[in-house]
Design a protein around this ligand. Structure first.
Ligand code: ATP
Length: 355
């Protein structure tokens, strides 16, 4: 797979027959050979976007889908040369592993010798050659998903589309299989679109991530950009664990009842209502004199490389989360003074809308 396909969605919205507006019109380009991850909460339109690329759904009038120069908008899935992998494997239970992988080649009437060669290649690539003659029912979930991947890739599609392929697997297997998927996609250089609501998966796999919310694109960026420079309160809140305070900006400083003094911010916004976001590792234990906030430890979780503390600063607010070095394990009920690193604070003017 040398010349990887570039995908472009132009003005693609989707309103279903019952009137549900699943997707506002979006423009989205996926570069050839890129792995693009669609990430967002349930119902935000990820699967609908993927299905429009697949040719399983069609955009509302005015929307267009291009594979390179080809306008594929009216083409159904079987004419688009896409491979799909789903959460539910969707394998043929009455066929062996090898027969499943050969299926697409058989439909395309690939001759027997070429078919066998390709099936062997795919089984080896996905490390399932030893299961070639097994029935699907005799495989574990992880092995089934490998078969599904091998089957999707066997026909050398222009584009590989994956819809939450690892969700049904246990946590450890998910991590190891996602590493394998990552390596396979990179080796093949195939254009891939991957849907997930799991941000770790998105970070690990995506060249770029599309953060989606309520039928629109909230931000497109590399994993690092999305994590370190979220474009909106929605993205800041959705990606990673973060603390969030709603307060007031005045003269470059942010004031909030739980703060002992207004925080001078590095990149302030205009005076008025604002929200700040800071991650648990932006806080350090300090002296009472230097503290930005003080609170009572209500829970402490030893996580091996760090301790996650829940600190109640006020009764009417959720606890502030702090990551402290593993050797510091304050007692529950202890009152601790904390400093916030202002360089790690993001601020947004309060809009009232969760965009
Ligand atoms: P999840 O993570 O839960 O799979 P998603 O982000 O993939 O969610 P979509 O499946 O794209 O979300 O659905 C977007 C919206 O469109 C949802 O509100 C959903 O209920 C609605 N929807 C999806 N398919 C249809 C359909 N065939 N008819 C009507 N509404 C639909």
């Amino acid at each position: 797979m040398t010349d990887s396909t570039r995908i472009a969605l132009q003005n693609c919205g989707k309103t279903f027959a019952d009137g549900t507006r699943a997707l506002d019109p979006i423009d989205l380009t996926i570069n050839g050979g890129e792995t693009l991850v669609l990430l967002g909460p349930s119902g935000c339109g990820k699967t609908t976007t993927l299905r429009m690329i697949a040719g399983l759904e069609f955009p509302d009038p005015g929307g267009k889908v291009f594979f390179d120069q080809d306008d594929v908008t009216p083409l159904p899935i079987e004419k688009r040369s896409v491979g799909m992998v789903f959460q539910s494997y969707a394998l043929f239970p009455n066929m062996t592993v090898a027969e499943n992988v050969a299926y697409g080649l058989r439909i395309r009437r690939t001759d027997r010798a070429a078919r066998q060669k390709q099936v062997t290649r795919m089984l080896e690539m996905m490390h399932i050659a030893e299961f070639a003659d097994r029935q699907i029912a005799q495989l574990s979930g992880g092995q089934r998903q490998r078969v599904a991947l091998a089957r999707a890739l066997a026909v050398e599609p222009r584009v590989l589309l994956l819809d939450e392929p690892l969700t049904a697997l246990d946590a450890k297997l998910r991590v190891s299989l996602r590493e394998e998927i990552n390596a396979t996609l990179r080796r093949l250089g195939i254009t891939a679109v991957y849907v997930t609501h799991d941000q770790d998966e998105a970070m690990a796999l995506g060249d770029r991530i599309v953060a989606m919310n309520k039928g629109h694109i909230a931000q497109i960026g590399t994993p690092r950009e999305i994590y370190q420079a979220p474009a909106s309160p929605f993205v800041a809140d959705f990606i990673g664990t973060t603390n969030r305070l709603s307060g007031q900006m005045q003269g470059g400083t942010f004031a909030h009842p739980s703060l002992r003094r207004a925080l001078a911010l590095e990149t302030p916004v205009a005076d008025g209502a604002a929200e700040i976001f800071f991650r648990p590792n932006a806080l350090t234990l300090t002296t009472a004199k230097q503290a930005d906030l003080c609170g009572t430890v209500t829970a402490a979780f030893f996580l091996g490389d760090r301790v996650r503390l829940h600190v109640q600063t006020r009764d009417d607010l959720p606890p502030v989360l702090i990551d402290a070095p593993p050797e510091s394990l304050p007692d529950q009920g202890e009152v601790i003074p904390l400093r916030i690193d202002p360089r790690q604070v993001l601020v947004f003017p309060a809009t009232g809308a969760a965009s």
